[in-house]
Design a protein around this ligand. Sequence first.
Ligand code: SDX
Length: 432
Amino acid sequence: MTPSDVKATLSFSDNSPSVELPIYKGTMGPDAIDIRSLYSQTGKFTYDPGFMSTASCNSAITYINGDKGELLYRGYSIDELAQNADFLETCYALLKGDLPTKQEKQKFAETIAKHALVHEQMQFFFRGFRRDAHPMAILTASVGALSAFYHDSLNINDPYHRDVSAIRIIAKLPTLVAMAYKYSVGQPFVYPRNDLSYSANFMRMMFSNPCEEYWVSDVLVRALDRILILHADHEQNASTSTVRLAGSSGANPFACIAAGIACLWGPAHGGANEASLNMLKEIGSPDKIPKFIKQVKDKNSNVKLMGFGHRVYKNYDPRAKLMRETCYEVLNELGLYNDPLFKLAMELEKIALEDQYFVSRKLYPNVDFYSGIVQRALGIPTSMFTCIFAMARTVGWIAQWSEMIAEPDQKIGRPRQLFIGYIPRSAKQGNS
Ligand code: SDX
């Protein structure tokens, strides 16, 4: 990070002394005004509740250009990764900085496979839940519980411990997600196998049972792998910021990832894929779209077009385009090209993209708009969609967490506030 020659000068209309603030230039994207000294120089805070104009950190992992609809992981475009890499190669790049060589990939894949098993005691955490518990509740709890099993690698300042924790959490998420699903359908847990690829292993843990082997088609495995690549990381989104804030206190990585899972669950964030599919089911048929769009435009309805809009993308989310292609491939492979929900989604997208209400607000489909349709075609139940998102995003979370811990001047995150409450008053007055 290099300070720019240009400085920012902040002056006040009441002639309070103006201050000069350094500006930092990144390799791409907006410059950042360094306001760290603002409070000590002026006694004033900045005010930015939704972090609309705030860079919380510097990072070299993921870059988004919202106006161009561009997404890069470590400089590699999401389109190229989706076409030419698999999820574990993408994980390697996010964690280590570059795509792996053939040998590095093989060693990484073997290491991940060898850590996919969870401690046999973990299954007893599941027994405490009702069978109809939401799988995200189970996943949040079980991932947090992992920190009770790995006391040998919780020294976050030891790079080796950070690497081991990253491997363990990336490897065990599919096992825990599949266990949450099996528990919900009353079937026995299926152990991971070391001879299968990451995504094939997950599909088998989800859908095989003791009574019959599950043979997964390469097309479906490739589709799942692509879904995981598209969801792997996304700069400083709400759940990643949650992981960073939790990590800034020195909390262990499993607890931090559990915090990220909890945040991702919200319908405004990762929960949107489940909400988007439920929305399509609720609309039911193309002739009902105009009535639904009318509801969305009525602010009092609180109805949103789920899977649409984004804080950063003010153009088409590149992941949505790739997800729609994957949708098409999977539905074709399964002979479901006339899938009514896919046709409804495309009709809804077409109508919305021609409607000034959405165009004027730069609302385009985001990653969640089509992902539910693909996952449903893969046989994944709607309630599991956000668990799949969490499984994919775990690598992004742990890579961002590790980058933050390794940051030389890393400090605990502690925002301030604009206080609008009572001035001091006496409790003796009672409620008179
Ligand atoms: C993800 O941050 C990330 O990178 C997240 C993510 C990732 O990979 O980590 O990309 C994953 O979370 C994708 C987003 C999934 N969420 C949804 O699809 C839920 C529906 N979308 C909205 O809730 C909303 O678009 C957000 C939360 C995604 C973005 O909200 P912003 O940036 O705060 O925008 P806003 O709420 O200020 O909206 C601006 C205007 C408002 O109207 P006006 O007040 O100007 O009249 O657009 C409207 C909003 O009412 N609007 C929508 C809308 N999204 C915004 N109106 C209808 N439907 C929508 N979906």
